[in-house]
Design a protein around this ligand. Structure first.
Ligand code: CUA
Length: 328
């Protein structure tokens, strides 16, 4: 019984440690289905490396089992050494040369794939978007002045080039189906790209621990057919922007209805309806005796603030009606 206990404990620990991986889609072994050329080239490099390492793994583990069986004690005394083997020049040469060749093969594949992962294909109609990481949301700036929060709208079938920046701490832009991670670093502009993609919704997640709500810093790319995208692009989506700001920025700390959470209850706070006061708080943050709030809207435009105030007044504010003609 005592000898079996460590084995049982080990089995339980291994089962717990690997449960998450096993529960993941496709067994956690493979990357998600790539939907952009750069992601496809990353997956190619991945499979080449998995191929080599799988063969080596089974070869080494198989030989290990064979040797354990072949050179077992056979009743020999515990302190008696088995037959010793010394030096085998040809064998040693083989197991030095083969790994060198494997590394050369992997290196060749990776260096052939890298440029195709790194550089966007030449395109005359690429869409350029600035991706701004904030605690704890993503803001997207489109060439015509439109903005969106947490959801990046793009035209399907076109290349999208991204300038990735941050205003507070380091975040990491990552939509697995559309390519690798790229860090959003304050004071620096990083570049990445994806597309052309088929129409669809591609989910992602900030991949750099950036603070208490890092885990809820989700991102989503919605690739729309050309007409749907032009409607969004032309309309600037003002009504939707206020909702996105509330849900993607304010609600993270203050709750979906402003009922409070990590941040205080603000559902009845008349400041919600005062554009000027709200602007100051969002631009500069609060650092008072009752708590701190980061300057989440330090890069927001007036239109953006107005969109938030309009949405909040209509859908969130539960206090007494704002007084007077200029109350809003
Ligand atoms: Cu932003 Cu983690």
């Amino acid at each position: 019984m005592r000898r079996k206990l460590p084995i049982v404990v080990l089995a339980v620990v291994v089962a717990l440690a690997t449960a998450g991986v096993a529960a993941a889609t496709n067994g956690g072994l493979t990357p998600v289905q790539p939907e952009s050329p750069n992601a496809r080239h990353t997956v190619t490099a991945y499979w080449v490396i998995v191929g080599f390492t799988a063969v080596i793994f089974f070869l080494v583990e198989g030989l290990l089992v064979v040797f354990i069986w072949k050179y077992r004690g056979r009743g020999r005394g515990r302190d008696v050494e088995g037959p010793q083997v010394h030096g085998h020049a040809r064998l040693e040469l083989i197991w030095t040369v083969i790994p060198v060749l494997i590394l050369c093969a992997i290196g060749t594949v990776v260096f052939l794939e890298l440029p195709k992962i790194d550089s966007a294909p030449a395109s005359t109609n690429a869409l350029h978007v600035t991706v701004e990481g904030h605690q704890f949301y993503w803001q997207f700036d489109y060439p015509n002045g439109a903005r969106s929060i947490n959801t990046l709208y793009v035209p399907a079938g076109r290349v999208v080039e991204l300038d990735v920046i941050a205003t507070d701490v380091i975040h990491s832009w990552w939509i697995p189906a559309l390519g690798g991670k790229i860090q959003a670093i304050p004071g620096r502009v990083n570049h990445t790209w994806f597309g052309p993609t088929p129409p669809g919704t591609y989910e992602g997640q900030c991949a750099e621990l950036c603070g208490i709500y890092h885990a809820s810093m989700n991102a989503r790319v919605v690739a729309e057919p050309a007409t749907a995208f032009s409607t969004f692009f032309a309309g600037r989506n003002a009504a939707n922007l206020g909702k996105q700001e509330w849900q993607g920025v304010c609600a993270t700390c203050h709750g979906n209805l402003g009922q409070g959470g990590y941040g205080p209850n603000i559902a009845a706070n008349s400041l919600l309806t005062q554009e000027a006061g709200l602007r100051t708080i969002l631009r500069y943050g609060v650092n008072g005796s009752t708590g701190a709030m980061p300057p989440v809207g330090d890069t927001w435009t007036s239109a953006q603030l107005k969109a938030l105030v309009a949405y909040v007044k209509k859908n969130i504010y539960k206090g007494p009606p704002a007084g007077g003609a200029n109350g809003g």
